[in-house]
Ligand binder design. Structure first.
Ligand code: PLP
Length: 393
């Protein structure tokens, strides 16, 4: 006998992965250049040269030490560098003893959900959302409460949000810039959210934490601002990853930051560390603790994403697609041209356009397009998007 839940998670692929795998098979049949795979969010730009140079230097200079165990929460010198960088860039008042390094944002989130959850707890998530949140939250034994999308701008439906808050609400998860909408929550949105959370924390007699999932923090376009969330709401816990900013998704490295000011912050940090221990996420990869902490003020060359976004948005709008302007990340989330986003995605697939149905992100009637691809791929795909639109006329 095995856990049915785990068996289900281990055998059922996500729709994104299904399309991605299909794309590889199809590429073998008709040639990779003829498949327009916008399914997955793998950064298309290389990591900065300094990342590889630093890794090589460390491997040469410290051939034994660099592979050794570090403290469970991460090496002290690496955490010190991350703290310094956050303080310089965001005036974060971060100290190394409030950083827990772990394997990417996925593990950071799991440590936070597992660390915070008590029986009966709920976490609020806004659609459209990264589908793994449900897996992480339920894996921690909590309930995910989903707020339907505010489809005009993908900000927050505050009426629905206020109705969903209850004494069981332990936390609220935000992800800005957002996967899958590409939208950045405005300062006004975050301030309104903070005001409600402050009031409701008082009313319920316990803190409601804001969990800010920020793997796309640095991928933000001209005219948009990603405010430092703990400055807007005190009881914020930050989950970060270098997967996208440094183009290092396979190296599995990120951190949880529990600000000193956050309510019961000592306990929260201890619980995050305890969850890391219980999940086996201690000691993030030591080579990349060092590499990323020595390169954490840099990013990969991210400007291609903004160029791709501009090209894609204006072309799609001209063809008659409805798409909310992205402020960052590398996703577009246009409306599907029929209410059934699965059928729309299937019709696109027949044209070798791989785009992900929105239902899995909690926003049916939309599709996600990952534009972390070469600009030329987008240019060559545009006639296919036109043909798709024409097929509905
Ligand atoms: N959160 C969001 C919104 C994401 O899009 C992703 C990955 O795509 C993750 C978390 C997980 O990131 P990581 O690779 O750092 O585990």
């Amino acid at each position: 006998m095995v856990s049915e839940r785990m068996k289900g998670l281990g055998t059922a692929r996500s729709v994104i992965r299904e399309l991605f795998e299909y794309g590889k098979l199809r590429a073998a049949e008709i040639g990779a250049e003829n498949v327009f795979d916008f399914s997955i969010g793998n950064p298309s730009v290389p990591a900065p040269a300094a990342v590889n140079e630093t890794a090589i230097r460390l491997l040469r200079e410290q051939p034994n030490l660099i592979h050794a165990y570090t403290s469970a929460q991460g090496a002290a010198d690496a955490r010190e560098r991350f703290a310094d960088s956050l303080n310089r860039r965001f005036d974060a008042r971060c100290t190394p003893d409030r950083l827990y390094l772990t394997v990417g944002a996925a593990a950071s989130l799991c440590c936070v959900f597992n660390g915070l959850t008590c029986p009966g707890d709920e976490f609020i998530v806004f659609a459209p959302y990264f589908p793994e949140y449900k897996v992480f939250i339920e894996g921690a034994g909590a309930k995910m409460v989903l707020i339907p999308p505010e489809i005009e701008g993908f900000q927050i439906d505050f009426d629905a949000f206020e109705k969903a808050l209850s004494p069981n609400t332990k936390g609220v998860l935000v992800n800005s810039p957002n996967n899958p909408s590409g939208v950045v929550y405005s300062r006004t949105t975050l301030e309104r959210l903070a005001a409600i959370l402050t009031e409701k924390s008082k009313e319920f007699g316990h803190p409601i934490y804001l969990i800010s999932d920020e793997p796309y923090r640095e991928i933000v376009y001209a005219g948009f601002e990603v405010p430092w969330a703990p400055h807007i709401y005190r009881d914020t816990i930050v989950c970060y990853s270098f997967s996208k900013s440094l183009s290092l998704p396979g190296e599995r490295i990120g951190y949880v930051f529990v600000p000193k000011e956050a309510a019961e912050g000592d306990d929260v940090y201890a619980a995050v560390a305890g969850a890391g221990r219980s999940l086996g996420y201690v000691n993030a990869p030591s080579l990349f603790q060092q590499v990323t902490s020595l390169c954490c003020d840099m990013t990969a060359d991210l400007k291609i994403y903004e160029e791709n976004a501009k090209l894609f948005v204006s072309a799609l709008r001209e063809m008659g697609y409805h798409v909310v302007e992205p402020g960052g990340a590398f996703y577009l989330f246009p409306r599907s041209l029929e209410p059934d986003d699965m059928a729309f995605s299937e019709r696109a697939k027949k044209l070798d356009l791989l785009i992900v149905p929105g239902a899995g992100f909690g926003a049916p009637g939309h599709v996600r397009i990952s534009y972390c691809v070469q600009t030329d791929t987008i240019r060559r795909a545009l006639p296919k998007f036109q043909a798709l639109a024409d097929s509905y006329k």
